[in-house]
Design a protein around this ligand. Structure first.
Ligand SMILES: Cc1ncc(C[n+]2csc(CCOP(=O)(O)OP(=O)(O)O)c2C)c(N)n1
Length: 206
């Protein structure tokens, strides 16, 4: 039986999981050339290490823009499902995007937020979600009703599968450990853009 999308976990009782393990499980569920937009740093590193796909966009440098970019792709290609992967610190810096996602209610968009409670890659300074801010409560208040904490790995698989099958917009928040990402993306923005455009079947505009 499918678990209700409201979820049973909270920010406090959700299991602390590992981003690389869950990224691999997520990529394993992609069967329909879904686009994936990876957020800055560790999120991208684990996406890269989980198997490169031409439909992956490895965003470089622009902290907080994975969801806005994914929303743009979802609007441009409404028949393709688009997944945004983002860190908690990045989302907290760009919270306004959730209000836009809630307002537009684009059903081919799924957001996954990796919440380690720190800005890990710049020295592990604590984020607001480590103490006060609940990212799922914020997303729901922005109008994204299908927002849930993943209780554990199996719950994450279920939530992601139903986000792909039923449509959204959906937000899945995951408590993760403080491990840095595996590997590193090539830092070649032109190549990343070209590959992604080809992966999406978009002819390059000179
Ligand atoms: C506008 C802007 N401010 C700061 C940075 C530097 N910066 C890069 S990644 C990062 C932390 C990202 O934190 P989070 O999204 O939580 O990911 P984590 O490192 O924890 O995996 C910071 C502060 C940046 N790239 N852009």
């Amino acid at each position: 039986m499918t678990k209700p999308r409201t979820g049973i976990a909270s920010a406090h009782n959700a299991k602390v999981m590992n981003r690389f393990e869950l990224t691999k499980r997520l990529v394993g569920q992609l069967k329909r050339e879904e686009a994936v937009v990876g957020g800055i740093g560790n999120t991208n590193f684990d996406l890269w290490a989980s198997g490169q796909r031409p439909q992956n966009f490895y965003m470089l440098g622009s902290m907080g823009l994975a969801i806005p970019i994914a929303l743009g792709v979802a609007l441009a290609q409404p028949r393709r499902h688009v997944v945004a992967l983002e860190g908690d610190g990045s989302l907290l810096m760009q919270l306004g995007c959730l209000a836009t996602v809630g307002m537009l209610a684009q059903n081919n968009l799924t957001m996954v937020v990796w919440d380690n409670g720190i800005y890990q890659i710049t020295g592990s300074q604590p984020t607001a979600s480590a103490s006060a801010a609940d990212l799922v409560a914020i997303a729901r208040a922005a109008g994204i009703a299908k927002s849930a904490w993943a209780a554990d790995e199996e719950d994450f698989d279920r939530l992601f599968a139903s986000a792909l099958a039923e449509g959204g917009p959906s937000l899945i928040a995951v408590r993760i450990d403080d491990k840095p990402g595996i590997g590193a993306t090539d830092r070649d923005p032109v190549q990343i853009r070209e590959r992604f455009m080809r992966g999406l079947g978009v002819r390059r505009i000179a």
